[in-house]
Write a protein that binds this ligand. Structure first.
Ligand SMILES: C[S@@+](CC[C@H](N)C(=O)[O-])C[C@H]1O[C@@H](n2cnc3c(N)ncnc32)[C@H](O)[C@@H]1O
Length: 365
């Protein structure tokens, strides 16, 4: 019952939200609360608002499948400027009570609300877009969610089991995602590609192909939004992006290889991670709390998509070259004279390049 909760009002974008008092401001929030709300996910929800402003049409249906306070779905109804057919669902009745209050607070009258196990809803209904934002791993929902997305629609998935999806815990990674992994200096990228690869493989079982709109790591989670295309041919096409990643701890060489070759990490997504044109050409509303950060992310994601090879960190190369870490901008300029080189969103000291490791090390000495 929400009358037993201590509540407060917060604002994300143009949306007011009644949320449990003492909701944490950063990092992963506890799942042991009567209703879940994490202010640190505002950036994640801002990106949904920005992209779905482009991707949804009037009348599109959107399922916020694990809605908690209703934050994401209500923001989409309120801030995309699209007349969407919103459905909020959560298995927790107290969360649904709070979500209803948030719908009222924002004058979103036309939403459908349900309090059921998401897996049941996914078997019964179809939507133009579905968001899955669970506690930890989304693995159990994907094979049900992919066929519940209408042809050409969108599946959005957040995974907060970052250590597992990124291969830091190889046993759990194999169990949960069916992916063999080792610890790497570029583990956040493995997390992003492992999530995409898992979504692609689970969707393919249901004869659904995927095309990434965006896939990224931020804060304590990895996230992707993919376009779903029905049909065995589309599923086969998206599986062409599945392969392995090799990483030689000695030489620091790393690359993606096809499915047949023997590899060390995988199967993971080795193809393009985003729709770079869409990210470059999406206007950002000024009112969002994280406009500047989104703009930087979109720029980095579109740039790094130019090279399909795991990223490097300046520090690992400096250790290998037995030298101090160079300034990233200076290194990128040198590499740019030989090949492609772009900073990445994985961290301030990371970059992708198609230049051979030996050559990079030579430039650093
Ligand atoms: C991380 S929270 C969702 C946060 C929310 N999307 C947001 O943006 O604030 C996960 C929610 O999933 C709900 N949940 C977990 N398993 C579920 C299931 N199988 N069916 C329906 N709801 C479920 C929990 O009650 C919880 O509210």
């Amino acid at each position: 019952m929400i009358r037993d909760l201590s509540l407060t009002i917060t604002k994300e974008g143009n949306t007011l939200l009644i949320v449990p008092a003492n909701s944490e401001k950063s990092g992963p929030a506890s799942s042991r609360v009567p209703v879940f709300y994490n202010h640190a996910m505002e950036f994640n929800r801002d990106i949904s608002v920005v992209l779905f402003n482009r991707l949804l049409r009037d009348g599109s249906s959107f399922l916020d499948g694990l809605t908690a306070t209703g934050a994401r779905g209500i923001r989409l109804a309120n801030e995309t400027g699209k007349n969407i057919s919103l459905h909020l669902n959560d298995g927790n009745p107290t969360a649904i009570e709070l979500a209803r209050r948030n719908l009222d607070l924002n004058g979103v009258a036309m939403a459908e609300v349900s309090c059921t196990d998401l897996r049941k809803l996914l078997i019964e209904r179809r939507f133009d877009a579905i968001d899955i934002d669970p506690f930890g791993s989304p693995a159990q929902f994907i094979s049900l969610a992919a066929p519940a997305v209408r042809n050409g629609g969108y599946l959005c998935v957040t995974a907060t089991d970052t250590g597992t999806v990124s291969g830091i815990f190889p046993g759990a990674c194999l169990r949960r995602y069916g992916t063999r992994a080792i610890r790497t200096p570029f583990y956040h990228e493995i997390g992003v590609r492992n999530l995409l690869g898992f979504v692609a493989r689970e969707a393919a079982r249901e004869e659904v192909g995927i095309e990434p709109v965006i896939a990224f790591y931020a804060d304590h989670y990895v996230r992707c939004i993919v376009r779903c295309r029905r049909g065995a041919g589309n599923a086969d096409r998206s599986l062409k992006n599945i392969g392995f990643c090799t990483f030689d701890q000695n030489s620091l060489e790393r690359r993606f290889i096809g499915f047949q070759e023997e590899g060390q990490i995988g199967p993971i997504w080795t193809g393009s991670k985003c729709d770079a044109d869409l990210l470059r050409n999406t206007a950002l509303p000024a009112n969002l709390g994280s406009s500047d950060r989104i703009s930087r992310y979109f720029e980095l994601l579109a740039g790094e998509n130019d090279v399909q090879r795991p990223h490097f960190t300046v520090d690992e190369l400096a250790r290998k070259a037995k030298t101090g870490p160079p300034k990233l901008s200076a290194l990128l300029e040198m590499l740019g004279q030989t090949g492609k080189a772009h900073p990445t969103h994985f961290g301030p000291k990371t970059f992708v390049t198609d230049v051979e490791v030996e050559r990079i090390l030579g430039l650093m000495k």
